[in-house]
Write a protein that binds this ligand. Structure first.
Ligand code: IPD
Length: 262
């Protein structure tokens, strides 16, 4: 893999955390689980994976800022750069023995994601992208799908777990979208939903009520694979507003219109 020093660092950290997670995944029934709220679980596996990633990345780049799902936000001496990390995206799948979860690491520079890694450790699929250098899975270059018709297309989403305020809007989205497309999938790991759009497996993805660490890396994967990404409301920044929509170039506008109810 040919990437910048930062990307190589991210890939190394993701592999290390991924190895530890795969070990825990094999013995998942022995993991102690605590709940941060309805449907929002954390285990020693999430915490240990974040510790590994933080030690590697902050050890190598101590001036960068940090935003991690388990350890929160720390400002860096360099205010222009920060790591955005979800050590285990898809925790609920992980806990149920479903091999659909990932390590997600993004590097932001001046408010823009410039390097991204999403590692599906259970399947040994390393998705990575750098601004201007395309999106790759292991050694293969990825491109978004070329589909043009909504009715032939598959979209993915995340339905927020119990009690989140965005549930009614998501159900309305589904009611508008399902009759005009080939199907909607809800697999439970936002970073992989975005990676699958980049790989052309899904034609688009949207989610309301989503955290920056779930989507930061995946957004660059989609953009660098030739896809389009925005907030759901006109002019909104996905990371700031916690809502994202993306798709291939042909479908992005019609898909966004359906989701916006236009
Ligand atoms: C969750 C997953 C899920 C999405 C939720 C996220 P977590 O992340 O990405 O697909 O629908 O919004 O919170 O909690 O498993 O890291």
């Amino acid at each position: 893999m040919q990437g910048s020093a930062n990307l190589n660092l991210m890939i190394k950290a993701a592999r290390k955390a991924g190895r530890a997670l795969v070990k825990d995944f094999r013995e998942v029934e022995n993991l102690q689980v605590s709940s941060k709220g309805p449907g929002d679980f954390v285990t020693k596996a999430d915490r240990e994976a974040e510790r590994i990633i933080k030690e590697d990345l902050m050890g190598a780049r101590p001036t960068y800022g940090w935003l991690g799902e388990e350890t929160g936000e720390t400002a860096g001496a360099d205010p222009t750069r920060r790591w955005i990390v979800d050590p285990l995206d898809g925790t609920t799948n992980f806990l149920h023995g479903l091999p659909h979860w990932a390590v997600s690491i993004a590097l932001e520079h001046k408010g823009e994601i410039v390097s991204a890694v999403v590692f599906d450790a259970a399947k040994d699929e390393m998705y990575w992208a750098e601004k201007g250098a395309g999106t790759w899975m292991n050694e293969s270059r990825l491109r978004v799908s070329g589909r043009r018709q909504m009715i032939e297309s598959i979209f993915a989403t995340g339905v927020p777990f119990g009690g989140k305020g965005t549930l009614p809007a998501t159900l309305q989205d589904l009611a508008r979208l399902m009759p005009v497309c080939a199907g909607v999938r809800r697999w439970g790991a936002a970073s992989l939903d975005l990676a699958y759009v980049a790989a052309g497996r899904y034609d688009g993805y949207w989610e309301r009520g989503i955290q920056p660490w779930d989507m930061a890396a995946g957004i660059l994967l989609v953009r660098e694979a030739g896809g389009m990404v925005s907030g759901i409301r006109e002019g909104d920044d996905p990371l700031e507003k916690g809502a994202v929509i993306c798709g291939n170039q042909n479908l992005f506008e019609p898909f966004r219109k359906v989701i916006r109810g236009e």
